[in-house]
Design a protein around this ligand. Structure first.
Ligand SMILES: Cc1cc2nc3c(=O)[nH]c(=O)nc-3n(C[C@H](O)[C@H](O)[C@H](O)COP(=O)(O)OP(=O)(O)OC[C@H]3O[C@@H](n4cnc5c(N)ncnc54)[C@H](O)[C@@H]3O)c2cc1C
Length: 332
């Protein structure tokens, strides 16, 4: 369990606008949360791009009781809520997020064998850790996930996938907390309408845990497949600079990386953000990069590819908060 940090004075404009009493009430509610809480907390270190501003409130719940209190805060303030896992698919604006960020980590990291072919993992569990756990027990189905730097919750929300498989192929059900109503429910995977890098969870709904159906298989073959996937990744993807994996979704019939490469954009830079020389669909946030640099680079790439091919590349990376010239990037 993480140690509790003292609340810092919050400069976020949301709180400047708020009634003094409301702010006091929020502070009082935060003291009832066992996990780490903070106000005006910098989100950059909590995302793989390592850029972006602060969250008005950050909660790292360690129990469902903590989530109930978080729901009270949201109800009281009407603030927006953002679910956060490892932040490996998020671009948070330099202005930050003027709401409550709920980060699933410690306290929601347990893996439990339900029966010989079914496993339940907390939303904060690392996906590669779950894949390795399954492999050690000779269970097949999770190999594809071995090098996706996700939490289970973030992977469900994104229907993360690789090597021709994705989470929808193994997901049975999820335990969901409505942070709007403070209610918990079990939701079968089929209700999530999972598609290519998408799942329908509904507004304010947080994945607390997920159940997966796996199949007994040959342990050595499973481990070998995972080794191959790791090697393939090391051979094809940039390892060093902060990034969020694939920036754009692959359009029907082609790959985003191929189109970006054909448009001559590899190595193109805006500020300290750069299209990777190694993989056209990776945007790298170099030293000193701002979220706005990354955003502007994405908008430029999208516009050049649209002009040269007629294809609109839609971001796979989720955009959080306000950016300058927001309309220059088409997000859906
Ligand atoms: C080097 C690298 C390689 C990558 N390779 C792949 C790959 O091969 N395949 C792939 O699919 N992705 C890949 N990604 C992208 C990323 O890892 C996935 O999208 C992953 O699913 C994000 O998980 P996360 O826990 O980091 O979620 P976050 O980035 O924190 O959040 C992503 C989305 O999920 C929501 N979310 C997070 N947690 C919860 C929760 N508990 N309940 C409800 N909603 C939640 C967030 O609000 C957000 O909308 C890669 C990223 C990097 C940096």
């Amino acid at each position: 369990m993480m140690g509790k940090e003292p609340l810092r004075l919050c400069s976020n404009e949301v709180f400047e606008d708020m009634e003094h009493e409301v702010r006091k009430a929020v502070e009082a509610l935060l003291t009832r949360i066992e996990g780490r809480t903070a106000m005006d907390e910098t989100l950059a270190p909590l995302t793989s791009f390592r850029v972006g501003g602060t969250a008005a409130v950050l909660v790292e719940p360690v129990s469902e009781a903590d989530l109930e209190v978080t729901a009270e805060i949201i109800k009281l303030t009407g603030m927006e809520v953002l679910m956060l896992g490892k932040g490996s698919n998020l671009l948070v604006s330099d202005a930050g997020f003027p709401g409550v960020v709920v980060r699933m980590a410690k306290g929601f990291e347990q893996i439990r064998e339900v029966n010989s072919s079914s496993v339940e993992a907390g939303a904060g569990t690392s996906l590669p850790q779950l894949a390795n756990w399954a492999a050690r027990r000779g269970l097949t189905g999770m190999e594809f996930a071995v090098a996706i730097p996700a939490t289970v919750g973030g992977a469900v929300a994104m229907n993360a996938g690789a090597h021709g498989a994705d989470l929808s192929g193994v997901l049975e059900s999820v335990r969901v907390c409505s942070l709007v109503e403070g209610r918990f429910s079990e939701v079968p995977a089929r209700s999530l309408e999972m598609g290519y890098r998408s799942a329908f969870l509904g507004e304010g709904n947080l994945v607390c845990a997920a159940k997966f159906a796996l199949t007994p298989g040959d342990r050595e073959e499973i481990l070998d497949r995972m080794r191959q996937y790791r090697t393939h990744r090391a051979d094809t993807q940039p390892a060093k600079a902060p990034n969020a994996g694939s920036t754009f979704k692959n359009p029907d019939g082609s790959t985003a990386g191929g189109l970006i490469d054909a448009a001559g954009l590899k190595g193109f830079e805006v500020g300290a953000a750069q299209v990777s020389h190694r993989h056209g669909n990776f945007v790298l946030a170099g030293t000193g990069a701002t979220a706005q640099d990354v955003f502007d680079l994405m908008a430029h790439v999208q516009s050049v590819v649209l002009k040269s091919t007629g294809v609109t590349l839609l971001p796979e990376v989720r955009i959080v908060g306000e950016f300058e010239r927001s309309s220059s990037l088409i997000v859906s």
